[in-house]
Ligand binder design. Structure first.
Ligand code: ACM
Ligand code: ZN
Length: 751
């Protein structure tokens, strides 16, 4: 008997292991999932019994997209309220004769229905039967959010609703709407009609966002933009609320406010005497034109605006922005300076804290709670505020929480900013910064091992934030959101330490046809190949990596087609193409590599201060693209570059070429001068040649690759040392002028 019990316990344990780990079909992954014996046959029309009102029952059951009627007689689905279940949790018990969903409230029942929907609809097909199972589910985090930026690209109301539909099905409960910024004011405010008559519209400019620095002149037409009327916004809020999503409005202050200042110029510091229009792109020096912290009218303006905002949004949280406030105009402003003196404030950060506190007290007097980006902690505001940690890996918010006890939310730019590249950059449309892949988002773990239990309690949750600087259509928005948003849904819901990437991919494959059904234009970047070619001294070692470990990589060269298993080694030129395959079908974009050989190819590189630590690419035989961040370019930031190539034996050098790039929208300059030195022993170097970049090329507009050709050299050397001068700082009139520039090199070609 004991043996039998042991065996049956072992069997249950094994089935738990199998079902809850590798085979669970849900996104997000539930807290507990057990497969049971038997099947439920889905009838053509479901009979529903419910503790909820008929209208609420209808609303929730409609999510199943399956015919139903409410009936207590032999119900197929029983929705019942059970106060012992936690907030947002539910149990789903599927038996051969019926399905029972229990929760303490309608929201939990809604989530139970979303899980059931995923069983009814798998792989783009409607199931006829579903396996008996039991789910006990609840979220890890109480705050699971997506931020949309309808400022840089105005996202139409219907598109916002489309995103709400899918986000709610993934059990997100919060939509943060970034409604005002330098590039537009997007919400009708009746007391200040110019905010949308003027502030919602900008001039037409063609270039990419960072390059659009050519500001509006006073008489220029402003055809680009849009805004949500109060009726539109109420409709969005109501629509979201029916899907259990709370919409948090963000009204930026004191910076990122050029659209408001374009509408009401008297709100800027009185020292600003120039015309301010809505910015078409990044503001450059105009970004320092912010709301005056010394003018009481500014505070009245925000309180009036918030009166109307609070009427539209029932959200407990109201976001007050607070990021990236350049204080240089405050420093010149008599009103700001007297405010600091009269209120005895701690400098300009103290003035920002005073600003935030003053508006925050108003928000509090209305019974709401303020949120702010992590810079608001610099001046240590007195009022309670929830902080969104975005800088770097969210550390500013974490440090502040540990010190001040403020609650916080993690939306680190490094992982959860959806503006970034989501896969190998050779295949991606142009956007900002580095890579945040779907896998990075899936594996995101906000809590570090060294956090105290108190600090852990202050973390409310996580948020994926989509900035739309590079979006020009709804499809661009969807492309950046998906599939990464699905991965963030999982990271915000599944139990701590339960990540199982392959299990997620299996569930994702089931789920992707749902995106097709909803006509969502999602990225397939997860199927693309990132190549990594490194010199070994004798040859070039080529690795091909895909974010999905479950795909097959097939490559072909002139020798035919092969499956890629291990790194390849090349010591002569090769043209290679490769793609990924799932179930025998190609799924990625074809990678084409043209590996060339010269005397430096495959040879070892040593370097000083290479900021992105990939100076080996200089001799890997591959050229970079026009994206300096594509991992084929070795970069130096604000410093001169120095690198040495060891050719392994002394040889005659006839000619040398060094590949460089300028990209004026991204602080990338060409080196002002490059000098080559040669050596036989690696110790004593003598001058070989130098090149001075023509002044007009150093910071030419746009992105261009340029090969520095050192001409006929006719010298002998074993070691070649390159010293490249960094031209210093971004010149006036370019994005981020005054910032230290980057210089990049992709290849050294020696013959
Ligand atoms: C931010 O990215 N400036 C919040
Ligand atoms: Zn001022």
């Amino acid at each position: 008997m004991i043996m039998k019990r042991l065996l049956s316990a072992l069997f249950i344990f094994q089935s738990l292991l199998c079902s809850s780990a590798a085979e669970q079909p849900f996104i997000p992954q539930p807290a507990e999932y057990t497969v049971n014996d038997g099947f439920f046959i889905i009838p053509d029309s479901l009979k529903i019994s419910s503790n909820l009102s008929p209208s609420l029952t209808n609303q929730i059951i409609s999510e199943l997209e399956h015919p139903f009627k409410i009936s207590e007689n032999n119900p197929d689905i029983i929705l019942s309220l059970d106060p012992s279940i936690g907030e947002e949790g539910y149990t789903l018990n599927i038996k051969p004769k019926s399905i029972q969903i229990s929760a303490s409230n309608d929201k939990g029942l809604y989530y139970g229905i979303q899980s059931l929907y995923q069983l009814f609809n798998q792989n783009g097909r409607k199931n006829k039967t579903i396996q008996s199972c039991y789910i006990n589910d609840y979220p890890r985090f109480q705050y699971r959010a997506l931020m949309l930026d309808p400022v840089r690209y105005f996202i139409p109301k219907e598109e916002v609703k489309k995103i709400i539909d899918i986000a709610s099905s993934l059990k997100f409960n919060t939509l943060h709407m970034h409604l005002s910024d330098d590039n537009g004011w997007r919400l009708e405010i009746k007391k200040y009609p110019k905010l949308t008559e003027v502030g919602a519209w900008r001039v037409e400019r063609e270039e990419y966002f960072p390059g659009r620095m050519n500001q509006q002149s006073p008489e220029e037409p402003t055809p680009v933009g849009g805004y949500y009327s109060q009726e539109d916004m109420k409709e969005i809020v109501e629509y979201a609320s029916e899907k259990y999503i709370n919409v948090i409005p963000e009204i930026e202050m004191p910076a990122h406010a050029a659209a408001a200042i374009a509408s009401y110029p008297e709100l800027a510091c009185p020292v600003v005497d120039k015309f301010v229009g809505v910015f078409p792109g990044i503001g450059g020096p105009d970004a320092s034109i912010i709301m005056c912290g010394g003018n009481d009218k500014v505070y009245d303006f925000y309180c009036d605006v918030l009166d109307e905002v609070i009427d539209i949004f029932p959200s407990q949280y109201i976001h007050l922005g607070g990021d990236e406030a350049d204080k240089s105009i405050w420093k010149q402003c008599p009103l700001c300076n007297s405010r600091i003196k009269n209120e005895n404030l701690d400098g300009y950060e103290g003035l920002q804290a005073y600003f935030m506190d003053r508006i925050n007290s108003y928000v509090k007097s209305k019974g709401r709670t303020s949120m702010g980006w992590d810079e608001v902690t610099y001046g240590n505001p007195k009022e309670e505020m929830v902080i969104l940690g975005w800088q770097g890996d969210g550390n500013v918010a974490v440090k502040d929480a540990a010190k001040s006890g403020r609650k916080f939310i993690m939306t680190p730019a490094k992982t959860l900013y959806l503006i970034r590249y989501q896969g190998p950059q050779w295949f991606e449309p142009m956007t900002y910064f580095g890579n945040n892949t779907m896998k990075d988002a899936y594996e995101y773990e906000p809590v570090k091992e060294n956090w105290s239990p108190e600090l852990k309690k202050l973390l409310l949750g996580i948020q994926g934030s989509l900035w739309t600087e590079f979006c020009n259509s709804d499809q661009d928005v969807e492309y950046l959101l998906f599939p990464r948003l699905i991965a963030i849904a999982d990271a915000s819901w599944r139990p701590e330490k339960s990540a199982n990437y392959q299990g997620f991919l299996n569930a994702l494959d089931n789920f992707l046809p749902e995106l097709d059904k909803r006509e969502i234009c999602y990225a397939k970047s997860m199927y693309n190949i990132q190549h990594k070619a490194l010199p070994t001294g004798e040859s070039v070692k080529l690795d091909l990596v895909c974010e999905r470990p479950d795909v097959e990589i097939i490559y072909s060269t002139e020798n035919g087609e092969e499956k890629f298993n291990n790194p390849l080694f090349f010591s002569k030129p090769v043209k290679l193409t490769a793609n990924t395959y799932l179930d025998g079908k190609p799924v990625g974009k074809e990678l084409q590599l043209n590996l060339n050989f010269n005397s430096a190819t495959g040879k070892k590189v040593s370097s000083k201060n290479c900021k992105n630590n990939i100076s080996e690419v200089l001799t890997n035989g591959l050229r970079g693209s026009e994206k300096h961040s594509d991992f084929e370019w070795a970069g130096w930031h604000g410093e001169d570059a120095e690198f040495i190539i060891d050719l392994e034996n002394s040889q005659k050098i006839n000619n040398c070429i060094l590949g460089t790039i300028g990209s004026s929208d991204f602080c990338v300059a060409m080196p002002s001068e490059v000098t080559i030195f040669g050596s036989e022993d690696g110790k004593n170097y003598s001058f070989i040649s130098s090149f001075k970049t023509p002044e007009e090329l150093i910071y030419a507009k746009g992105a261009q690759k340029f090969d520095i050709n050192f001409g006929n050299l006719d010298v002998n050397a074993r070691y070649l040392k390159f010293v490249a001068k960094n031209p210093g700082r971004v010149p006036e009139g370019f994005p981020r002028w005054g910032a230290p520039v980057w210089i990049y090199f992709d290849e050294v070609i020696v013959n």
